[in-house]
Design a binder for this molecule. Sequence first.
Ligand code: HEC
Ligand code: CU
Length: 350
Amino acid sequence: MKKQGRQNAVVSSRKNKYRRGLSGLALIALSTGCANQSISVLDPAGPVGREQLSLIKLSTGIMTFVVLVVAILYLYVVIRYRERPGQENDQIPEQVEGNKKLEVLWTVVPILLLVILAIPTIATTFHQAKKPEEANTVRVHVTAYQYWWAFDYPELDITTANEVHIPVGRPIELMMKSHDVIHAFWVPSLGGKQDVNPGRTDRLVLQADKPGIFEGKCTELCGASHALMNFRVIAHPAKEFDQWVASQKNPVSTPTTKTGTDGQKWVGQNCIGCHAIENAGYRIKGKTGPNLTAFSKRTRIAGVLDNNEQNLKAWLKDTQGIKPGNRMPAFDHLTNEQIDAITQYLLQLK
Ligand code: HEC
Ligand SMILES: [Cu+2]
């Protein structure tokens, strides 16, 4: 019920022509508004996430133990040695200095606790940093931009953005770098976080055991729209993944309607300097914006809006209201007819 209310709020604020600021808040509500996706470290969906959760449980257990011991001792001392009625104010209790047993106890116990914490932490860290076995691995190059993610599959010759498709049950080796500032890559259900830096490449290996949509977030403050720098890991059974690869390599990019053809032309004139679309006959392949090949298959626009006609028009007219400070200018100077044609064209790319 609550979620429904929030979504209604989004729709009505959209009617108010996306009041700046307000719409940002509404979008956050929207992006958390769906039920079937997973975004929790407590709900791991692969071996990396599970190992990390067991470390979280271990350290939480140790911390809880320490807090309890300290709190109980504290309460005991406060109550047992409180000032009692009739006691003289300046009466000083017996002074004790140095107790070998106690000194040893409270040095050794914390050391033991740290060792118990350190051994599995170090072992897991090295285990997870290992390069996965060659044969089975899917390699993906990740590039972070303010405020979106590019995904290249070097061995499959595919480029996509904001949504990275993977097969279940196979390790995914993500080699990551940043195009601008420091970002961080985090998919709570699968694992992370990994800082993504300009000028160096870092590896993160993830794996999903079951199909599903796993939400990802940038988790290093990177600018005005940092909180909206969302992405999705979409895990498929092996066969479905192969189908996705095939459709992505042989995308449908030729419009069949007059409006679609107009759209293709307007996109060529306005968008293709920044965006690439495969199989569409454009001579230029823009690289400063997300690759839009097979765009209609994306579930969201820019990581924040559901992908549909109405939202796509809203995005084109008010990019800055929806994602403040992002690098795509608004196209509010285009006529409604042009926007209609562009939208229709993009939504038939599959
Ligand atoms: C100056 C470069 C530039 C131009 C020109 C441009 N864009 Fe963009 N576009 C971007 C950038 C950068 C983003 C990523 C914004 C973000 O999420 O931070 C983007 C995002 C998008 C997205 C969302 C993509 C996704 O993966 O979800 C769509 C759709 C889009 N642009 C369509 C268009 C269309 C249609 C045009 C032409 C009318 C256009 N763009 C013109 C730079 C540009
Ligand atoms: Cu970021």
